[in-house]
Design a protein around this ligand. Structure first.
Ligand code: SF4
Length: 392
């Protein structure tokens, strides 16, 4: 029996697909080189934009014809589309998926794929290592809190164990993956005794040794650990055999002084940081529910540049967010010039179900105008070398 996995979307989906592959291997399946040779086709979906969703519908439609040639062919859909459908309480979304993709045999929530087997890595020297899943931030444009649910951190020791095992297999470069890696650990202790008991004894000792105390986080309106991400990085840096560590994605609001210090003191940590800004306009950032201003973002960048030599930055930007005026867009252009990003993933705003932006705002920027803004940033950041940015 053979399997084939088609992955859409981000690094987190890539890492999930490697774990799905491990389940097939454990059941005696081998990997098919071509989709048409597989008995089980797994489609790991993304919902970040409508286009990503449409590609899934198109693929399932095309696979239908293979079903007539191979009656054993099973189509399994997992990932964000299923995550959101399962979390949508009325069941309407799941019914809609079934209606739109009648050829699908199974809708599999990704949570059912655990960490019991070593992932089947697609690369021989570089490995994705998931450290958390989900997000608590609820940026108004983003489906992730609905598709992946609330942030859940993997136990500290499990991550270190996986990293140590990777070195035994010859891996030298690891990328830590999560929706908000630098808030890693924030959910391990919520300030109540009940939740603290859920920690493993090793994690509890670590908290005591590091003297980590819960603090009140304004934008979440609750107590949480500031973040254990610097501590996690420090421990991974101690593992012999690992020569390069990077992470995706981090967020400006959890980029603490401790984290900057940890990166500065450990040459194994990459000198390139992906730090999504999304917009350079404070009004737009506020409507996006991003808890920083453009000035604060630039201040973090400046602090990092001062403390870490030869650091470079990439980012994510959304153009054409509801109500974004031309002037507000120009603030994003100004910010990009100041920071000097080496790369930007520029996206035209796409209205996503269940998000606050979908419920409250109107997707009122015409497609042509979104495209015009997209082109300006593409030209500015990705086609010219902005690294020589003037900002110091
Ligand atoms: S931080 Fe915002 S954009 Fe990133 S995953 Fe969470 S909700 Fe989405």
């Amino acid at each position: 029996m053979k399997y084939f996995i088609k992955t859409f979307g981000c690094a987190a989906n890539e890492a999930d697909s490697e774990r799905i592959a491990s389940y097939y291997k454990a059941r005696g399946f081998t990997q098919a080189k071509r989709i048409q040779d597989a008995d089980d086709v797994v489609i790991n979906t993304c919902m970040v934009r409508q286009m990503a969703e449409d590609r899934v519908y198109g693929l399932v439609h095309n696979l239908q014809k293979f079903k007539t040639q191979n009656s054993k062919l099973k189509i399994i859909v997992t990932g964000c589309m299923v995550g959101m459908a399962m979390r949508e309480k009325t069941g309407k979304m799941l019914s809609l998926l079934k209606e739109k993709m009648p050829a699908v045999d199974e809708f599999l929530p990704i949570e059912e794929v655990g960490f019991d087997h070593a992932p089947i890595r697609t690369d021989k020297t570089h490995a994705w290592v998931p450290i958390s899943n989900g997000c608590n931030n609820f940026c108004t444009f983003c489906v992730v809190p609905f598709t992946r649910g609330r942030e859940v951190s993997r136990p500290f020791e499990d991550i270190l164990l996986e990293c140590r095992q990777l070195t035994q297999q010859g891996y030298k470069h690891i990328t830590l993956v999560g929706q908000n890696v630098n808030s890693y650990g924030a959910d391990l202790l919520l300030g109540s005794q009940k939740d603290a008991i859920l920690l493993s004894w090793k994690d509890r000792i670590l908290l005591q040794v590091k003297n980590v105390k819960p603090t009140y986080v304004k934008h979440l309106g609750r107590l949480r650990i500031p973040t254990l991400f610097p501590q996690l990085l420090e421990e991974i840096c101690k593992i012999e055999g690992i020569t390069c560590i990077d992470f995706i994605s981090s967020n400006p609001w959890d980029f603490s002084d401790d984290l900057i210090k940890t990166i500065a003191n450990n040459a194994k940590i990459s000198r390139h940081i992906h730090l999504p800004v999304q917009s350079g306009s404070n009004e737009v950032l506020k409507r996006m529910n991003r808890w920083y201003t453009s000035e604060q973002y630039i201040a973090v960048i400046s602090k990092i540049k001062t403390q870490i030599q030869n650091i470079t930055f990439s980012t994510d930007i959304i153009v054409g967010f509801p109500g974004e005026t031309k002037e507000q867009f120009e603030h994003t252009v100004d910010l990009a010039k100041k920071v000097g990003f080496t790369k930007a993933y520029v996206a035209m705003y796409s209205d996503r179900p269940m998000t606050a932006a979908h419920k409250v705002f109107t997707d009122d920027i015409p497609h042509e105008e979104k495209k015009r803004r997209w082109k300006i940033l593409e030209e500015l950041i990705n086609k010219t070398n902005l690294r020589a940015g003037t900002y110091k």
